[in-house]
Design a protein around this ligand. Sequence first.
Ligand code: NDP
Length: 253
Amino acid sequence: MHYQPKQDLLQNRIILVTGASDGIGREAAQTYARYGATVILLGRSEEKLRQVAAAIENERGYSPSWFTLDLLTCTVDECQRLAQNVAAHYPRLDGVLHNAGLLGDIRPMSEQDPQVWQQVMQVNVNATFMLTQALLPLLLKSDSGSLVFTSSSVGRQGRAGWGAYSVSKFATEGMMQVLADEYQNRHLRVNCINPGGTRTGMRASAFPTEDPQKLKTPADIMPLYLWLMGDDSRRKTGMTFDAQPGRKPGIAQ
Ligand code: NDP
């Protein structure tokens, strides 16, 4: 995507990022802060979140808030408490990037471990739903809220071996569409990003033989992440976007 954001694109915007501890989420949190946003980091590892917060403080001169929440085990009450904690410190949310995700087993349906299946659904779908429900009141306080889910090419077209992950990403696309329809007359837009093959830990576990140097880095795909959080995408809702348009799914050649 060729997009030249203004340096103050996200000034005065408060944006929460899940899975901010690593990979694409870490890069998104740092990038949003660089473009002026007040970022709120969410993750399960206190140590990793501290490191991201310190990196942002080094660059921006302020330390962002961070909260731990394990999406594998979180309950409705924990999600509500998290939202209350955020509300105690911030008047609203202008953006939420649901980025955290679990890959699960890459193997045929007949061999998918039912326990791992449930874990993938728990993190990628159920917890994402519970967190969205808890954070919606804060998002609706913004005059231009942006709720962004993270999908995948296997969330639009099923592919052999991608089992629970693929099904969870179809569910993510569905969740986005339902919410976009429900809020189409309000100040909240809801969209999906498909990052496309990107150099992260998750990608390396999905394609262990792939040469990571042939992949875009999280930093390379940030233009779409910025565009969807800023006012330039204000009228867009109910849509699914590729961060790497034209890239063929599958192993990088
Ligand atoms: P990473 O594995 O690098 O990062 C995943 C993030 O999710 C980490 O911050 C991780 O936390 C967090 N997370 C995982 N499980 C939990 C949990 N139980 N509770 C809280 N946080 C959790 O993956 P990517 O950066 O590659 O993936 C980011 C998103 O992009 C995912 O939704 C993925 O499905 C999607 N995607 C990625 C592609 C790629 O090629 N990289 C392609 C298509 C989609 P921790 O640091 O503690 O492990």
